[in-house]
Structure formats: structure tokens, C-alpha cells
Design a protein around this ligand. Sequence first.
Ligand SMILES: [Fe+2]
Ligand SMILES: [Fe+2]
Length: 197
Amino acid sequence: MNRYQEKVYQKFQLNNASKAEKRYNHSIGVAETAVELAQRFYPELDQVKVYLTGLIHDYAKYESLARYQGIVETYQLDKEILLEVEKIYHAILGCYVIQEELSITDEEILQAIYYHAFGNEAMTPLQEVIYLADFIEPNRNGEIVEEIRKISSVNIKKAIAMTAQYILEYLQTKGDKIHKNAYLTYYGYKKYLKENE
Ligand SMILES: [Fe+2]
Ligand SMILES: [Fe+2]
């Protein structure tokens, strides 16, 4: 286990022991899948960086609301952030936790973590591989995941568009509050849905 793997595992154990194993396996799955995607579509990406970003992307998943409130205070962020969809805190506020606790300051890594939950209308290669890997890593299953996994072996943009479409429809069906970036990703990538491969 490398240094970061250990830190991620310990963090999950500390914040939510019953889910630690599962979340850790998911993190490894995202790291490995992101590297595979990068090798296939963006070989110019630094693979060590891709792996690390995948590994730590959910590091702040089980933080307390108090900790997030503290982050907003400390960094003098807009308090409106705390009115956003809660599921996104571990991404948009998690970056600060990661910076503080893992001493990671690489902006590309932090931005990819910031956008991993709902994406963005135009993502960088690193942001794309993390966003998609989060949805198709081997521990995820289901018909739609299988379908997107298949497309992801040939067309990453189309696979992202399908993911964004599925997430949006799923949230709409459930009647959940929807973060604006879920729409932005769908509208930014939907043109790729028409591509044959
Ligand atoms: Fe996440
Ligand atoms: Fe995740």
C-alpha cells in the first residue's frame, strides 16, 4: 500500500468505518479505470497524477457538516455553497480538506476533484477521465453502466454524454434537487450522443 492509499483507507475508517472497505475499493477502482481511460484517450497525461486523483477523489466523502462549515469560514467562501446539493460538498469543499490533510496543491488535481461529482460543460482530459471512471469503475454494475463501459472503450465524449444524461434523468425521476453542473455537463456533451462510435 502506498502512502496515499493508506491515508485514504485510514480516513474512511475514521469517518465511516462501516463503509470504509467499500469506499476504499471504489477509490482504487476509479484510480485504475481512470488510468486505463487516460492510456486509451489521453496518453499525454501523467499516469501517476491520474491514479492519485482517482484514489483521493472521494477522500472527503464522510466529512461532517461542521467541518464543511469550517472550510467555508476559513477560506471565506460564499455561504450559499452550503445551500447546494449536499452530495456535492465532498467535491467542491473536499478539495480544501485534501489540500489541508494531504498537502496536495496541484491545481489540476484539485479541479478534477472539484468537478468529479457532476462534471462541467467542457472538461479537461484529467477531469473527463475522473468523472467517467467514477461511474464505470468495476465495482459499479447495472445495465446502463455496462452500456457506457462498452462505449467508453471507443469514445470517451459519448460515454460522458451518456453518463450525464443518465444521471440527469435519474435525479429527475427521483425528484431530487439537481445541481446546475449536472445540466451543464449534459448540455455541454449531448452533441456527442449522435456519434456512431
Ligand atoms: Fe464522489
Ligand atoms: Fe466516487
